[in-house]
Design a protein around this ligand. Structure first.
Ligand SMILES: Nc1nc2c(c(=O)[nH]1)N[C@H]1C(S)=C(S)[C@@H](COP(=O)(O)OP(=O)(O)OC[C@H]3O[C@@H](n4cnc5c(=O)[nH]c(N)nc54)[C@H](O)[C@@H]3O)O[C@H]1N2
Ligand SMILES: Nc1nc2c(c(=O)[nH]1)N[C@H]1C(S)=C(S)[C@@H](COP(=O)(O)OP(=O)(O)OC[C@H]3O[C@@H](n4cnc5c(=O)[nH]c(N)nc54)[C@H](O)[C@@H]3O)O[C@H]1N2
Ligand code: SF4
Ligand SMILES: [Mo]
Length: 743
């Protein structure tokens, strides 16, 4: 007998609602949930393979503990005993900073990943925090922090209402969107065109997204900040800058105009490889459109001027009056957002409050660059302690960060390492303890992070579709027990972790004048919480305190967990709406158009006006049926065009004597790899492309299928030295490489 269950897809940022078919305890099918308030039935090949991803036989079923050098199956009790015994001596002997924490991408796709890592970090008090953000979107956080005073206040393009979208360094037809949660992104772009809107794509590759566009500009990699600066320059020069409704909320306009005076279209044209008249027309079209949004992603972030490019995206949205207006770029308001405080000056955004030990790299948003992880472990200095123990949750930095070979060795030298990961892969194989979370079908789902980045306000929650298998432990309990083991409370009841968070949050809320529960008794409020588990009670609390919440009875129609459970396809909370000045937390209480750290970085961009790469540069690419490093083990999602090949333009191939299908040796600062060439004019001349997340040929892993077509690790071409200085983000695109036909 089969049954169905609803489950939000955790496999990318689009958050589609799925209807799973379940036979016994096994997911045998997945289709789009047509009644889902947000995704309305959309599904992609990854979501359709939910069952195969979920039941991959290589997923670990029990904890592993290293004994006599080998990882062996163990009980949960033995595993947490080993974690406490491994971590506590390091903390006590060498201080909190000697324990590093690495958080990977799937943490933003799980309930546990949203709720527990902040508690772990607060308990451990380590400054050695490294996450996937610094190989991804940290430049956007930094620019938002500086412009708006809040690193998490990221404007999202109003895809469904805009008349004009300038899309830069993103390929949503493969990625399904990022920092812009939009189920059926492709359909939304087609709808934009169908209603007469215009789509321009800036990408060195002619991607599937570019092919959909009215105009595609194959920019030289790394030059987007220059292009955007020249567009802003044009708006000023032609008197097209019009802040409209934003004027009272913005400061620094004159300083901004002055700061970009040198970036004329003629001055940047050579570096961008886009002619000056085209740049002017891009600016004019943006200004002339009834509504427009500039949206940029990975290709604009993982470059030497990532923060400047991210800043200029929002500068253009401000200068054209498109920030915070329907059809432009707006700040979503999620159901679990904190109670909005009254508008007014805030504390601002600090940057570089501390530095990494070896290279003195500044922290951003409390994080050190993932590119610095290996050296923070393997290099002894006279300043402070190296990282001696590592807690890794849902991360595979051996493949996702620069120079995996060095990191491999560094991880081997640790006193202790624990990985919370379903796979024994390139990173977790170094762990002393591996704690495997259950597969997605056995886990609840709510998008704490992506609802704050969604093109429509909405809220959905799905309970586990299948009960926990015997011997499994929910990821929330794994992380709660890990927190206890790491902070000297090993063996205590994991429910105490949630109870403590609830006590603290309610204790704080009752003291906030703007809170709906101001002045009430936290114990009485805690007693009202519902839910079957600690995480559910915490979700109930966040919903009830949030902007749409019932305020614990103050607004009886408001949201609660119970109400959400009564709407299994979700609750629509309406289109994005203007919110300024409320989200601003800068010291001035305004949008600060030319923050000091940005102004100080502009001379570096001015130098880039004259730079031209001497040889080939490499960019990445994504494939619809893949996701970073961990989905190559699912046969249904591999093969065909989803391969680790080197895309090279026919002119470059002819010049270098590279034949289609032949192996090519690619050399970069950090090492070399050999990959088969795929000659294609989808990349522009001077640019080659390799996807990331491959290189599944290391010993000691348990990825049977991935190992049959391992591919190569593109990040081995990097040595970790190339960073965007303001954010510490790794430069992963536009990196210089040399090619040689392989013998
Ligand atoms: N060259 C190059 N490098 C890149 C990129 C690029 O474009 N080019 N992209 C970068 C980007 S955007 C990102 S986000 C990073 C990603 O970097 P990482 O987060 O380090 O890499 P992932 O491949 O997402 O690995 C996630 C890990 O989580 C595990 N996992 C999967 N599901 C779960 C779960 O439910 N719970 C737990 N606990 N673990 C789980 C997987 O087995 C895997 O080990 O890579 C970056 N690296
Ligand atoms: N199928 C699939 N979906 C995914 C993922 C995945 O691995 N596979 N990963 C998920 C994650 S973690 C993220 S962060 C998102 C990322 O989502 P996107 O940002 O949409 O990611 P990409 O598809 O890599 O698109 C980046 C584009 O930037 C281009 N590019 C490279 N360098 C430059 C440059 O200097 N300038 C410009 N203008 N363009 C440049 C590349 O050619 C590429 O087409 O995708 C998510 N979704
Ligand atoms: S687009 Fe993303 S969320 Fe939607 S089904 Fe595909 S992988 Fe899942
Ligand atoms: Mo990412």
């Amino acid at each position: 007998m089969s049954r169905t269950a609803l489950r939000i897809c955790p496999l990318c940022e689009a958050t589609c609602g799925l209807t799973l078919t379940i036979e016994g305890t096994r997911v045998t099918g997945a289709r789009g949930d047509r009644e889902d308030v947000f995704s309305k039935g959309f599904i992609c090949p990854k979501g359709a393979s939910f069952g195969a991803v979920d039941s991959d036989p290589d997923r670990l079923r029990t904890p592993l503990v290293r004994r006599d050098g080998e990882l062996r199956e163990a009980t949960w009790e033995e595993a947490f005993d080993a974690v406490a015994a491994g971590l506590r001596p390091v903390v006590e002997g060498h201080g909190a900073d000697s324990v590093g924490v690495v958080l990977g991408n799937p943490n933003v796709h799980t309930v546990a990943g949203a709720l527990y890592p902040p508690v772990l970090l607060a308990g451990l008090r380590t400054r050695s925090l490294f996450t996937a953000s610094t190989v991804d979107q940290m430049p956007k956080h930094v620019s938002s922090g500086l412009l708006f005073g809040d690193a998490n206040a990221i404007p999202v393009p109003d895809l469904d209402h805009t008349d004009h979208l300038l899309l830069i360094g993103a390929n949503p037809l493969e990625s399904n969107g990022s920092l812009c949660t939009a189920p059926d992104f492709p359909g939304r772009l087609k709808a934009l065109k169908a209603r007469g809107g215009r789509l321009t794509v800036v990408d060195p590759r002619r991607t599937r997204t570019a092919r959909l566009a009215d105009r595609h500009l194959a920019i030289r990699p790394g030059a987007d900040a220059l292009l955007l600066a020249a567009m802003a320059h044009t708006l000023f020069a032609e008197d097209l800058a019009d802040l409209a409704h934003l004027a009272p909320h913005v400061q620094g306009l004159d300083e901004l105009r002055e700061s970009i005076r040198d970036f004329t279209p003629e001055a940047v044209a050579g570096a961008c490889d886009i002619d000056a008249p085209t740049i002017r027309s891009l600016a004019r079209e943006l200004a002339a459109a009834p509504t427009a949004a500039v949206y940029a992603r990975i290709g604009s972030c993982t470059v030497p001027h990532g923060t400047l490019a991210s800043w200029l995206v929002d500068v253009l949205n401000v200068l054209t009056g498109n920030l915070d207006r329907p059809g432009g770029a707006l700040f979503p308001q999620a159901a679990t957002d904190r109670t909005p405080r009254p508008a007014g000056p805030g504390r601002g955004f600090g940057l570089g409050r501390w530095h990494s030990r070896v290279r003195h790299l500044p922290e951003a948003k409390g994080e050190l660059p993932l590119s610095a992880l290996a050296e923070e472990i393997d290099t002894v200095t006279d300043q402070g302690e190296p990282v001696r123990a590592l807690i890794v949750v849902a991360a595979n930095p051996v493949l996702s960060a620069p120079d995996g070979d060095r990191l491999d060795k560094a991880l081997d030298s640790l006193d202790f390492m624990v990985s919370v990961d379903p796979y024994l892969n390139e990173t977790s194989r170094h762990a002393d303890v591996v704690l495997p979370p259950p597969p997605p079908s056995q886990s609840p789902h709510h998008d704490f992070a992506f609802n704050t980045l969604a093109v429509r306000n909405q809220v959905r929650y799905t309970r586990p579709a299948v009960p926990l298998e015997p011997g499994r432990m929910a990821e929330s309990e794994i992380l709660a027990r890990l927190i206890l083991a790491a902070t000297g409370m090993h063996g205590a009841d994991p429910a105490a972790v949630d109870a403590m968070v609830v006590d603290q949050a309610l204790g704080k809320a009752v003291q906030e004048k703007h809170s709906p529960v101001y002045g009430r008794d936290p114990k009485e409020l805690a007693g009202q919480l519902t839910g079957e588990s600690g995480p559910e009670r915490r979700l109930d609390m966040m919903l009830r305190l949030g902007p749409y919440g019932d305020g614990f009875g103050v607004r009886p129609d408001g949201l609660t967990l119970a109400r959400l459970l009564a709407h299994p396809h979700g609750i629509d909370l309406g289109p994005l709406r203007p919110r300024l000045p409320q989200p601003l937390k800068t010291r001035s209480g305004k949008v600060e158009l030319l923050p000091e750290p940005i102004a100080a970085d502009l001379p570096r961009l001015r130098q880039a006006l004259r730079e031209r790469p001497a040889g080939l540069v490499l960019v990445g690419r994504r494939h619809l049926r893949s996701n970073n490093s961990w989905m190559h083990n699912v046969p249904a999602l591999t093969g065909g065009s989803n391969r680790c090949t080197l895309h090279i333009h026919p002119e470059d191939a002819a010049r270098l004597g590279v034949r289609d299908g032949a192996d090519v040796r690619v050399k970069g600062a950090g090492g070399e790899v050999v990959a088969p060439a795929e000659v294609t004019d989808a990349v522009r001349p001077g640019v080659v492309s390799l996807p990331h997340g491959w290189g599944h040929d290391r010993p000691g892993t348990r990825l049977g299928h991935a190992a049959t077509a391992p591919g190569v690790n593109v990040n081995q071409l990097l040595d970790g030295s190339l960073l965007d200085p303001l954010s510490g983000n790794a430069v992963l695109n536009g990196i210089p490489v040399q090619l040689a036909a392989s013998l």
